[in-house]
Write a protein that binds this ligand. Structure first.
Ligand code: PHE
Ligand code: NA
Length: 462
């Protein structure tokens, strides 16, 4: 405790705050934008079923491991790993788990902010009535107007990142904790209002059937791997976020209970987003497999022609912006806490330096939508590359390192003490999943990403 105090990092105000903050991190674009479209592309219920298995059998044990390492280390992810490595008497190379995680988070922040900027742009477009009575061409025109102007998109990216930095600057209690107490309840209220709306005005039965009418034939390898990768992303694993947040968690709070609550809330939001989007999509005869544009194109189109659509559409994009905001705040944390301890600088300088660097790197993503759209290397543009390297390579690698370190290197007594589980069977199941199932699953994701990469090299124009 005193060490944490001396390091200047602080700790959460209460045992519930960790759940609040970690849920804010977990619930994001991944739930509202990505989950519905991945389910749409991968056959609906089959994907949902595999996703839930991956989330609870692979994601939950790994999330527990990250939080455990963070709380045991009590510092930023790099400092925590250094301390635990020394205590376990293992190779100092394990410290790279923290470094790679913080670096992956920093890279992801750079483009998450651009997509967050997109959602801010849509809040305004929607509020100003651009989608009222709009046809497919009008909606597509808005999309291309937002993405094609480098200056405008830079503006949205800047605004989004500034909003994130403002919260982070004020520190974990005055900034993160206070804003999350407002953002998270608002998010759940908006979600409930929109669900009711989809129930009233959408084809709810068809939406429900699409998400839950399970047929085993639809299970494919591709769907399974997408599901696993997405479970990872959705729980904010592999970038030191949960380690950094875990370090602020009081010793009295139960890690297992908190993690299960976070995973359940994350699932509730993802499924609700599906139950909002698909009934509206089906009621309007739209295509559930529309992919990336499912939310940015189909939804404005559908809502623009429904009663109160103007208002509800605006609410929907506010919901997305809020969710993206609380996630982005968390992605900034590992790099900020690390800089603060590494260079013994103030939180303010750390936030400004890391934020500005992420802004600069984010310009590459902004330009990937317009002036650099065709500047490709091996078939992918700048955004394609940094997304691939960070999400598909760095996150699974860090996840693997966390699982192996926590499952094989850290002494059993520390694991047991930190988790303080009530039931022996729960502790042994956790250990078993972490030591065997998680590494195998992660190596499978990595192998498939590598395979996808090699085949993309062979057919760069696919
Ligand atoms: N979990 C967030 C989502 O589902 C994304 C995220 C990933 C946030 C990693 C923080 C860290 O959108
Ligand atoms: Na999520």
């Amino acid at each position: 405790m005193s060490e944490r105090y001396e390091s200047g990092l602080g700790s959460w105000g209460s045992r519930w705050t960790f759940i609040l903050a970690a849920t804010g991190s977990a619930v994001g674009l991944g739930n509202i934008w990505k989950f519905p479209y991945m389910a749409g592309e991968n056959g609906g219920a089959a994907f949902v079923a595999i996703y839930l298995l991956c989330l609870f059998l692979v994601g939950v044990p790994l999330l527990m491991a990250e939080v455990l390492l963070g709380r045991r280390g009590g510092q930023n992810p790099v400092g925590s790993m250094a301390k635990l490595t020394a205590a376990a008497g293992t190779s100092r190379a394990w410290i790279w788990t923290g470094r790679l995680g913080a670096l992956a988070g920093f890279i992801i922040l750079s483009f998450y902010s651009v997509v967050g900027g997109f959602s801010l742009a849509y809040v305004f477009n929607s509020a100003f009535g651009d989608f009222v009575g709009a046809g497919p061409e009008d909606v597509a025109a808005v999309f291309s107007a937002v993405q094609s102007s480098a200056v405008e998109l830079t503006g949205w990216h800047t605004l989004f990142l500034v909003l994130v930095m403002i919260v982070s600057l004020r520190g974990i209690n005055q900034g993160l904790e206070k804003s999350l107490r407002i953002i998270m309840p608002m998010l759940f209220i908006l979600l409930a209002v929109l669900l009711w709306y989809a129930w009233e005005h959408g084809d709810f039965d068809q939406g429900l059937a699409f998400l839950f009418d399970f047929s085993a034939q639809k299970i494919t390898w591709q769907a399974s791997l997408d599901a696993l990768g997405h479970a990872f992303f959705s729980l904010s694993l592999g970038m030191g976020v949960m380690m950094a947040y875990g370090a602020y968690m009081p010793k009295s709070a139960s890690i297992g209970g908190a993690v299960v609550a976070i995973a359940l809330l994350d699932t509730v939001v993802a499924l609700s987003a599906g139950l909002i989007i698909f009934p509206i999509v089906f009621a309007n005869g739209l295509d559930p497999t529309a992919g990336f544009g499912l939310m940015f194109n189909a939804l404005p189109l559908a809502l623009g022609n429904l009663p109160f659509g103007h208002f509800v559409g605006t609410l929907f994009f506010v919901l997305i912006a809020l969710a993206a905001w609380s996630s982005a705040i968390s992605i900034l944390e590992p790099a900020v806490a690390w800089s603060q301890q590494r260079w013994r600088c103030s939180r303010t300088s750390a936030v400004v330096v890391v934020g500005c660097a992420a802004w600069l790197l984010g310009l590459g993503t902004v330009f990937s939508f317009n002036i650099w759209a065709d500047a490709t290397l091996l078939g992918a543009n700048f955004f394609g590359w940094i997304d691939f390297v960070s999400s598909s390579l760095m996150l699974p690698i860090v996840g693997l390192l966390v699982a192996v370190f926590a499952g094989w290197k850290l002494d059993v007594a520390s694991r047991r003490e930190e988790l303080a589980m009530r039931w022996a069977w729960a502790f042994s199941s956790w250990q078993w999943l972490l030591k065997y199932l998680v590494p195998v699953a992660v190596v499978a994701i990595l192998a498939i990403s590598a395979w996808g990469f090699v085949s993309a090299l062979q057919n760069p124009f696919d």
